[in-house]
Design a protein around this ligand. Structure first.
Ligand SMILES: Nc1ncnc2c1ncn2[C@@H]1O[C@H](COP(=O)(O)OP(=O)(O)OP(=O)(O)O)[C@@H](O)[C@H]1O
Length: 237
């Protein structure tokens, strides 16, 4: 059952700490079924910590995070994953000694409905070509594709993508954009952390601006151009 607002993911009053450092201060936002939503903000604003907290990977946290009506704040990350939420972390986490196919079949299927390898390869023809290549031999773009492809295998329906375009050439960034739009068409719900707001504008429905561990604004993508000056001010660019 969805919660009252109809949101698939609802974050409310989320606080998080690393040791004694208080990082998140009442994060509040939601993501509806089938939406692509970004978290934008300056370095150190708390975007990755928010993603990690949603996944249950930050030990000290409180507040409320609900997924499809289920409160997850007290759950461990395995249990959260079994609800169908998956994180593609900024560092990508490819196993260097394994090849593409081995990397792909490694994560456990947590929920029925994960994409079979054949469908993953349809979405990522480049990975099909590179199926037997070792992780160390992949370009940054191929590693990023593999990192996304891997979580599609798990059956997750809510994808948390942390800076998927970081350090990639413009042509690869465009390709990642195509993939995100295809995933949206297939009904996936996506929360995206991005530094590149020009890219974010090409894939997202709404943008939340994060500063000092909480949301300070929400801008629908349709209003982004009209709010560009304000957004650049928030981001200091
Ligand atoms: N493992 C950690 N231990 C202690 N502090 C951390 C840890 N990870 C992040 N931080 C600190 O938490 C704050 C928020 O970091 P976070 O990575 O969530 O920000 P961000 O908005 O994702 O920024 P960036 O775009 O630079 O990744 C920063 O001050 C960072 O130094």
């Amino acid at each position: 059952m969805r919660n009252d607002s109809g949101a698939l993911l609802k974050v409310d009053g989320l606080e998080a700490w690393y040791g004694e450092s208080h990082i998140l201060h009442g994060m509040k936002f939601d993501v509806h079924q089938g939406e692509v939503v970004t978290l934008l903000g300056r370095n150190g604003a708390g975007k990755s910590t928010t993603m990690r907290s949603i996944m249950g990977m930050v030990a000290k946290r409180k507040g409320s995070v609900s997924f499809d009506g289920t409160e997850t704040i007290a759950m461990n990350s395995n249990k959260i994953a079994r609800l169908g939420v998956a994180l593609c972390p900024e560092e990508r986490g490819i196993f260097a000694s394994l090849n593409v196919k081995e990397n792909m079949v490694l994560p456990p299927v947590v929920k029925p409905g994960g994409l079979p390898l054949s469908e993953v390869y349809e979405l990522f023809p480049r990975l099909a070509e590179r199926a037997n290549s070792q992780g160390t031999k992949l370009s940054g773009g191929e590693q990023q594709m593999l990192a996304i492809a891997r979580i599609l295998r798990t059956g997750a329906t809510m994808l948390l993508l942390d800076e998927p375009t970081e350090g990639l050439a413009p042509v690869i960034v465009q390709h990642i954009g195509d993939i995100i739009r295809k995933l949206k068409e297939r009904g996936f719900t996506i929360l995206l952390v991005e530094q590149n707001f020009h890219f974010a504008a090409t894939v997202a429905d709404r943008h939340y601006v994060v500063e000092h561990g909480h949301v300070i604004d929400m801008i629908p993508n349709a209003d982004l151009q009209a709010n560009m000056g304000k957004l650049k001010g928030y981001l200091g660019v």
